[in-house]
Structures are given as C-alpha cells and as structure tokens.
Design a protein around this ligand. Structure first.
Ligand code: ACO
Length: 378
C-alpha cells in the first residue's frame, strides 16, 4: 500500500484490502484451511452434496423457507424448465468456446433477486453445459431427469449413461470443494454488480466473465495439456525447468492467499483416489501428477525462495474432471457449476447488508494545460 495523495492509499491488485464482511467462507492462507459457513472443507468434501452446500450458503438470504429436500425438488424442476432454452442454440453459439456459449445461454434468463431466480441459475448451468458440449460434438442433448440429484443428472446429461455412485460422489466432492472461496476475483465481481441493485442473473454473468481468465478459473485445461506434454515421470524436471526458463508460469501452482498447499487440492486428490480405486482413472496418471507436483514445487522453491508457490485447486481439478468425462475445454464451465451457488450467496449478502462498491482511482494522465503545450510544440 502506498500513499497517492493525503489520506488516499493505493494497493495494486487490492491485495490484503478488506472490502466486505461475510459469513460465507474464510480462507486461512497461512494455515491452509478453508471454512465454508461454519464447517471445515475437510468435513464437507466427500460427505456433503451439491444440494447440502447450496442450502448451507443460501440459508437466510431468501424470504422463502428451504430444506435440502425442497431445494433438490426445486432444482430438478428448474432443470426440466430451463431445458427449453436449448432450442435457442444456433451455429453462432456453438462456434464459441464452451464457457462463452454457456454465458450466451445464461444471458437469456430473466433477472431477479428471489430464490426462484437463484435456483433457475444454478439449474441452468448444470443443464446448459452438458447440452452445449454434446451439440458441439454433433450429439443430441439429453433432457434432465428432475428426480435425480444435480450431480447425478449433470453426469447423465453429459455422458448419456447412468453414473456410478463413486462418479456422483466425485462430482459432488468437486462442486462442494469449489463452491465458495472468500473474495476471489469472480466473487468480488458478483458483489460489485449486486451492490448496484442489479439482479442475480447479472451478478452470475459478470462473475462467469471474471472466472474464465487463465489467472483464475481458466487454468485446469492447460494443466492437463501440461501433463500430456510432460508425458512421463522422467521428463518432468527438464520440461518444468525449460518452461520456467522461458518465463512461463506453471498452471495449477501459486495462489494469492495460500502460502501453503491449497487445502482444496487435498480434497480433490482424495476424490480422485476413490475414483482410481473404482478404476475410472488410471493410477499411472495420478502418479505422474504426483511426481510433477513434487518436482515443480521443489523447482519453484529454488527459483523463488521468498515466495511459497505450491499446488492450487486447479491441478487435481484437471485430473478429476477429465476422469468424469468432461472435455478439457469445458473445465472452466464446470467450475461455474459449483461456484454459481457461492456467487449467488455473496450477491445476496452484498445486496442485503452492503453498500454500493465504488473505489477511487488516481489520475496519472496529462493535465489539460500540459496537453495544450504538447500540441503547440507539435
Ligand atoms: N509459475 C511460475 N511462477 C509463478 C507462478 C507460477 N504458477 N505463480 C506465481 N509466480 C511468480 C510470478 O512470476 C511472480 O514472480 P516475479 O515477482 O518475479 O514477477 C511471483 O511469483 C508473484 O506472482 P504474482 O502474479 O504477483 O502473484 P499473484 O498472487 O498475483 O498470483 C496466481 C496468483 C495468479 C494464481 C499465480 O500464482 C498464477 O499465475 N498461477 C498460475 C495460474 C493458475 O494456476 N491459476 C489458477 C489459480 S486458482 C483459482 O483462481 C481458482
């Protein structure tokens, strides 16, 4: 933080600036701990479902009463309703990357601040993404089954087959793990939009746009590319050193807040190992990832001794989503499936308790008199 004028401080990237009070999640970057509304991620991932987590985050932010059962029913019904929007998909939408196509379809939904709008948005991400992916592969979209859980139905709409309990549990673990994470760039975006009084659909669309960048939710696809390029355990060190030597960043490593290993990486790795036991993912792939992680962390420590750069959530996300059948170009969209509930909770919290978010900038451009003398000189 440095002073730009009397009583005006600037912090590039807003690092360490507190911009909101929240009951939703707490990221302890020193201890490597994530609390999601009173529960530790370690206790939630692997046991809670997507519906449990939506209930946890949304409780108290809407007038309508909710229970896990009513939310499951409402989500199922909303999935069935929003499927009609798939009819609007045209060649222009299909030519877009999946996350942009998802954004285009979400933009068709009506805005609002009530539970119905929230449920519709959460249901729509789960329906639109699998349908878009299938259409992009010249396959027919599969209509939702309102009786299933959101995770089970998402996988069924993606693959056209009945997912195994381990696959459903793995997707639930993923969606729960990434549902909320303090004031990250997309969540902050959601709160900024909500602070103006715009509705939840506007907040979610803006947040999705912030999510897609490679420094935020756009990293897991490139993580898989990296593992494919490395190929074998023995090539890892040379590949990683050459990449860093070219000044490139290693995708899936480093985090603004965590100074230690991202706890979400452990939650996802545990889910991945359960899939490996079932045979859905090959053990050699997991082993290669472990070697790449170990070697990369050691090299990053050697190159940046003052800054702890460890594995982040995106690293094992890549392996998990790949094992569940999501194509790598869709990973950012799958992230949005889980994070939408967090964006909505933050938007409601901001709208109910916060003020208009309106920071200042410092003008460093020319003054009109300087500009005039410059023009005279020319
Ligand atoms: N590989 C190599 N070097 C890195 C990496 C990395 N993955 N991450 C940070 N560094 C280096 C930077 O080059 C920089 O070095 P310098 O000071 O010599 O220029 C230093 O560490 C600090 O980097 P910043 O960009 O200032 O750190 P910041 O806190 O802003 O970055 C970020 C966090 C964006 C996640 C960064 O670590 C990164 O780019 N990681 C790779 C992309 C990635 O994995 N994104 C997903 C993040 S998780 C999520 O958002 C869901």
């Amino acid at each position: 933080m440095f002073p730009v004028k009397e009583n005006v401080m600037m912090k590039n990237g807003l690092e360490d600036v507190v911009a909101a009070e929240t009951v939703l999640s707490d990221v302890d970057g020193e201890a490597g701990r994530l609390i999601i509304r009173g529960a530790s991620l370690d206790d939630l991932a692997g046991s809670a479902t997507f519906e449990d987590t939506a209930l946890r985050l949304w409780d108290g932010f809407f007038e309508e009463p909710m229970s896990a059962a009513t939310l499951k029913t409402a989500l199922g019904r909303a999935r069935a309703e929003v499927f009609a929007h798939i009819g609007a998909v045209d060649e222009a939408i299909l030519s877009l990357p999946p996350v942009d196509a998802l954004r285009a379809l979400l933009a068709r939904l009506p805005d609002g601040d009530d539970l119905r709008t929230a449920v519709r948005l959460a249901a729509a991400t789960a329906v639109f993404l699998p349908a878009l992916l299938r259409l992009q592969q010249n396959r027919l979209p599969i209509a939702p089954d309102a009786t299933l859980s959101q995770a089970a139905d998402t996988l069924r709409m993606l693959t056209g087959t009945t997912p195994s309990p381990a696959q459903i549990a793995a997707l639930d673990a993923y969606l729960v793990t990434i549902c909320d994470h303090g004031l990250n760039a997309s969540t902050f975006t959601s709160r900024v939009v909500a602070s103006t009084g715009a509705g939840l659909a506007s907040s979610v669309l803006a947040a999705l746009s912030a999510l897609k960048g490679p420094l935020h939710g756009g990293a897991p696809g490139p993580v898989l590319d990296m593992l494919d390029e490395i190929g074998t355990e023995s090539s890892a060190e040379t590949w990683l050193r050459e990449t860093l030597g070219r000044g490139e960043r290693l995708m899936g490593f480093g985090h603004r807040i965590y100074k230690v290993r991202d706890p979400r990486a452990d939650a996802l790795k545990a889910a991945l190992q359960r899939l490996a036991e079932e045979g859905t993912v090959t053990l050699s792939r997991v082993k290669l990832a472990e070697v790449v992680e170990r070697v990369a962390v050691a090299i990053l420590r050697e190159r940046k001794p003052d800054r702890r750069l460890d594995v982040n959530v995106e690293f094992y996300t890549a392996l998990l989503l790949d094992a569940l059948g999501f194509p790598r170009e869709s990973f950012t969209g799958v992230f949005a499936l889980g994070r939408t509930v967090g964006w909505i909770a933050h938007a409601r919290e901001q709208a109910m308790n916060g003020r208009l978010i309106r920071p200042r900038s410092v003008y460093v451009g020319p003054q009109p008199d300087q500009q005039r003398s410059l023009q005279r000189a020319v």
